[in-house]
Design a protein around this ligand. Structure first.
Ligand code: SF4
Ligand code: SF4
Length: 131
């Protein structure tokens, strides 16, 4: 696990960008139980929210969950507290992209992929990785 750094300002920015109140989450785990990508994440959705509640900036920024999240909204529909988890995941990606981390170099994409990939995949990829 990454070194513990508590950064309340970072957490305030996550709440501001996502327009979510982290204290609404009571860690029931229903979001993670329904997430189709939780098995691929090093920290599942409820754990990422717990990192956020505790102000564990390093653990949030090194988690792969925000990148695996497909914004399918399953977690949001299952959450008894109405927490919009995809927005929280997007807030983390936004902070990465603002720091110029994880940016996609569109010119470096293999042109054969551009021909064969479904347009929806390209659009969602560009939305996720480009600022
Ligand atoms: S379903 Fe909602 S309340 Fe339960 S752990 Fe997930 S975000 Fe928190
Ligand atoms: S929106 Fe993201 S975190 Fe929520 S269930 Fe879908 S993939 Fe998982």
């Amino acid at each position: 696990m990454a070194k513990l750094i508590i950064d309340k300002d970072f957490i305030r920015r996550i709440q501001e960008i996502s327009n979510q109140k982290l204290s609404d989450c009571y860690q029931c785990g229903r979001c993670t139980a329904g997430c189709p990508f939780a098995a691929f994440m090093d920290a599942p959705p409820n754990q990422i929210i717990r990192f956020m509640q505790l102000g564990m900036k390093n653990d949030i920024l090194t988690a792969n969950g925000p990148w695996f999240c497909a914004a399918c909204l399953v977690c949001q529909t299952r959450c008894p507290r109405g927490v919009d988890i995809p927005r929280l995941m997007e807030a983390v990606r936004t902070l990465h992209l603002r720091a110029k981390e994880g940016l996609l170099d569109v010119s470096a994409i293999d042109k054969t992929l551009l021909v064969d990939a479904p347009p929806l995949v390209l659009m969602s990829g560009l939305y996720k990785y480009a600022d």
